[in-house]
Design a protein around this ligand. Structure first.
Ligand code: SAM
Length: 186
């Protein structure tokens, strides 16, 4: 069953309540950094060196002490049950293996830990948006596969509870791109 449509939740609304050790996968150039509260000890992984450098510069500007490492979500260095929250924003479209990445997310979260996600997802089959997503994913610029049913993958990953909102964001050619945002608990 598809969840009901609601207004887009802001990333800040999802991220600001987090406390403790937070691991962000595919952290990019640190677009989310300013959304975290002061009680967060942030570390991240980002495979792209130039993005890591931009992230460090941004963290410096925000006065944040962060650690960002090279790495892939499918093989996290963090020990089992070692972080309070994992964050993924527009990353599960890009990883090579979302199932492996989600298994790693669950592995590193403490019991009761929170996986926060904000991801674009596949539109229903045969809609104009989905046709565009299939064409986009065939070329997969930046490795982005826009045709992934990421909510099904999250639900299948074995979290105890998944809370999700669905919404659309304006995309190329005036298309309304479907998104999911929410959190899952171990
Ligand atoms: C669309 S960007 C999103 C960046 C950031 N999360 C944001 O919201 O601005 C996707 C990011 O995932 C990173 N990435 C690609 N493959 C990855 C993988 N297997 N594991 C972790 N990150 C990956 C890319 O380098 C890129 O920075």
């Amino acid at each position: 069953m598809r969840p009901a449509h609601v207004d887009a939740p802001s990333r800040t609304a999802l991220l600001a309540p987090l406390t403790g050790a937070v691991l962000e996968i595919g952290a990019g150039d640190g677009a989310n950094l300013a959304s975290f509260g002061p009680d967060v000890s942030w570390c991240g992984i980002e495979p792209d060196r130039r993005r890591r450098n931009r992230l460090l510069a941004r963290a410096d500007g925000l006065g944040m002490d962060v650690q960002v490492d090279d790495g892939f979500a499918e093989h996290l260095e963090a020990p089992d049950a070692s972080v309070d929250a994992v964050v993924s924003t527009t990353v599960l479209c890009t990883v090579q293996d979302p199932t492996a990445a989600l298994a790693e997310v669950r592995r590193v979260l403490v019991p009761g830990g929170r996986f926060v996600f904000w991801e674009h997802v596949a539109a229903p089959a045969w809609t104009p948006v989905r046709v565009a997503q299939e064409l986009w994913s065939w070329r997969a610029p930046d490795g982005c596969r826009a045709n992934r049913d990421t909510l099904t993958s999250i639900r299948a990953a074995g979290f105890a509870d998944v809370q999700v909102s669905t919404f659309t964001q304006p995309g190329p050619l005036g298309l309304a791109i479907p998104f999911i945002a929410g959190h899952a608990t171990t």
